[in-house]
Design a protein around this ligand. Structure first.
Ligand SMILES: Nc1ncnc2c1ncn2[C@@H]1O[C@H](COP(=O)(O)OP(=O)(O)OP(=O)(O)O)[C@@H](O)[C@H]1O
Length: 219
């Protein structure tokens, strides 16, 4: 379980302040959606939580532990991007196993975790295909599977459904919601789509111009 505490976070690009003293508490097991117009700083905030981006001020902690300066690979998070970021020459199985292989997990454990994630996402029949042989929705599932096998306690999603057509997007929305219910871990999800935010979130943080303007349940 991961509880995220963000305190007075500042990110600047030259003279431009992209995150302007952002403070946010995310509870264990919450599904929090960062909602706001293009350029408001949603992805920058997500990258800061992941550790992919430096910050100029403030603090981030996971379960009370300061991670502000911790490398991304040591934060135990799963990230899913809109671009999927799958390795095109590897099969689905190898894509999903990759992070565990790099971490020198043992073969039996890798197999068990890939099978577990593939069953959960109903992609067991696609394990020997390459990403180019999959639909957008299937690729998205593989990208989620890759984060799942790492048994992350915090999942970060950056507009993962924006490349899908309307029908697939509705289906994947349901799947992501059900996945969150089954896993019971913390999800932080970035979107500019209000319907997506309203249907997925336990709480929505409305961002604009580098600040959180309002935060609350969809109701
Ligand atoms: N490397 C960079 N150098 C300079 N400015 C940047 C850089 N990355 C992002 N920005 C600026 O920071 C601001 C916030 O960007 P960010 O990607 O966080 O927005 P966003 O809310 O996720 O937008 P979108 O929905 O379009 O992805 C924007 O004004 C953007 O132009």
């Amino acid at each position: 379980m991961t509880k995220v505490h963000i305190d007075n976070l500042v990110r600047r690009y030259g003279a431009l302040t992209v995150l302007d003293r952002i403070s946010l508490d995310i509870e264990d097991g919450e599904f929090i959606v960062l909602l706001g117009p293009s350029g408001c700083g949603k992805s920058t905030l997500l990258s800061a939580i992941a550790g992919l981006d430096d910050v100029q001020g403030g603090r981030i902690s996971f379960d009370g532990r300061d991670v502000t300066k911790l490398e991304p690979s040591r934060r135990e998070i799963g990230m899913v991007f809109q671009s999927y970021a799958l390795y095109p020459t590897m099969t689905v199985r190898t894509n999903m196993a990759f992070a565990l292989k790099v971490a020198h997990a043992d073969k039996a454990e890798i197999k068990e975790r890939v099978t577990w994630a593939a069953n959960l996402l109903q992609i067991g029949h696609l394990l020997d295909r390459k990403p180019g042989e999959l639909s957008g929705g299937q690729r998205q599932r593989v990208a989620i599977g890759r984060a799942l096998v790492r048994r992350a306690k915090l999942f970060l999603f950056d507009e993962p459904l924006s490349n899908l057509d309307a029908k697939r997007r509705t289906e994947m929305r349901k799947e992501i919601k059900s996945l969150h219910e089954r896993l019971g871990v913390t999800f932080v999800f970035v979107t500019h789509d209000q319907i997506e935010a309203m249907t997925l979130a336990t709480r929505i943080a409305v961002m604009n111009a580098g600040v959180i303007q309002q935060i609350g349940t969809p109701d």
